[in-house]
Design a protein around this ligand. Structure first.
Ligand code: ZN
Length: 278
């Protein structure tokens, strides 16, 4: 399936792991192929930097950053650079796996509302809680493919109190807590996505919002501190995502597509990898 275009990872040892991410001028998830016989992998983006490995023709690289003719990727768990002039952009259909890049991290995915609490009601009748659950299960699946230990605060249409959601986070060695919501407003033209964060979650919010902005076709409403219970009672980096307005008729149609749901799952995974690896 063309569902996650991620990274490739040949095997657990010796073999390079290359990450993907959108460079400012490249489009999201852009992957490149090496078109020279030998391409050194350097520790920093200068010709005189230490060589830490090499790539051969046909190897694939996905860039995290682009800087003055250099592309940044990851190699054996560290940030490295390669000259971009020897890389050709690849077609989108390549399928990669992000095996292992989130191993050792416990991510709490908190699907908002549920059970007797439907959340907001969309302009087409969709319930926020249902769309949230669909998104959350997909996000969890993608994060698990990257090796994360994922805990959902609800996995079905059950009611979980806000206190209990925080308690679930506190019970584990939580690396990041991500609450999933959709937004609503009385004026149907209002749209876009935003991220709210707690005291220790600003950097996490920044990475996730940036990754989302690169992937999803909605207006970027930015990040801001939030006073939601799941945020201010958490003692770990916690964010709350509002992934679009279900009260906006054209926006909700987008939100309900499979491709939007996939983009969200991929963006959150990318954002977390960037956050932890930065
Ligand atoms: Zn909500």
């Amino acid at each position: 399936m063309n569902y996650i275009k991620l990274i490739f990872c040949f095997s657990a040892f010796l073999i390079p792991i290359f990450l993907f991410y959108s460079a400012s001028s490249a489009h999201p998830g852009q992957t490149f192929e090496v078109n020279v016989d030998w391409l050194p992998i350097l520790k920093s983006p200068t010709d005189s930097a230490e060589i830490v490995g090499n790539l051969k023709r046909g190897d694939k690289v996905t860039a995290f950053k682009e800087q003055a003719g250099w592309l940044q990727t990851y190699y054996q768990g560290r940030e490295v650079w390669v000259l971009s002039k020897h890389l050709l952009p690849m077609e989108e259909q390549e399928t990669f796996l992000i095996e292992g890049l989130l191993v050792g991290y416990t991510i709490i995915i908190d699907p908002g509302h549920g059970g007797k609490d439907p959340g907001a009601i969309g302009s087409n009748g969709v319930l926020e809680k249902d769309l949230i659950l669909n998104s959350s299960l997909k996000i969890a699946e993608t994060l698990r493919q990257a090796g994360a230990n994922v805990i959902l605060t609800r996995e079905d249409d059950s009611f979980v109190s806000l206190k209990n959601r925080v308690l679930i986070g506190n019970k584990h060695n939580t690396s990041a807590f991500i609450s999933i919501h959709y937004n609503a407003f009385s004026e149907s033209y209002v749209g876009g996505f935003s991220t709210f964060y707690n005291q220790s979650g600003k950097d996490l919010a920044h990475h996730i919002q940036t990754a989302l902005a690169a992937e999803i076709p909605l207006r970027n409403r930015g990040i801001s501190p939030g006073s939601f219970t799941v945020l201010h009672e958490s003692n770990f980096p916690a964010i709350l995502l509002e992934l679009g307005f279900i009260t906006n008729a054209s926006e909700v149609a987008t939100l309900q597509t499979e491709s939007y749901q996939e983009q969200v799952a991929r963006a959150i995974t990318i954002g977390l990898i960037e956050y932890f690896w930065d």
